[in-house]
Design a protein around this ligand. Structure first.
Ligand SMILES: [Zn+2]
Ligand SMILES: [Zn+2]
Length: 111
């Protein structure tokens, strides 16, 4: 199943380790709606997988997952990417089925 989850870097309500991280993740740019298109964005948080990444400006939505905060050195959460694929695989979706809503946000990993 392709990863067709569109997520927004602007999702709020997540607590981050420190103020520097929070401000780095607060993406605001007049010219770009998407942090992957903006040369000024450096970090993103993916709430679906609960992972933090350094934005790779290669024209796509790539990022390199980081395990520690570059500012306060806090250990960042373990990525839930593998679990996400395990759970969505178990749903047995066909190639034309959409990923269920709950798996497009952090909702799937919340109790
Ligand atoms: Zn920009
Ligand atoms: Zn931090």
């Amino acid at each position: 199943m392709p990863l067709d989850v569109a997520w927004s870097a602007k999702q709020t309500g997540e607590a981050h380790c420190c103020a520097d991280m929070t401000s780095a993740l607060t993406f605001e740019c007049d010219q770009h709606a998407d942090p992957f298109e903006c040369g000024d964005s450096a970090l993103i948080y993916n709430p679906v997988f609960d992972e933090y990444g350094l934005v790779v400006h290669d024209g796509g939505a790539s990022y390199v997952v980081i395990s520690h905060c570059p500012w306060c050195a806090a250990k960042l959460p373990e990525s839930q990417r593998d679990r996400w694929f395990d759970e969505t695989d178990a749903l047995d979706l066909g190639p034309d089925d959409e990923t269920p809503e709950k798996y497009r946000t952090s909702a799937w990993r919340k109790p």
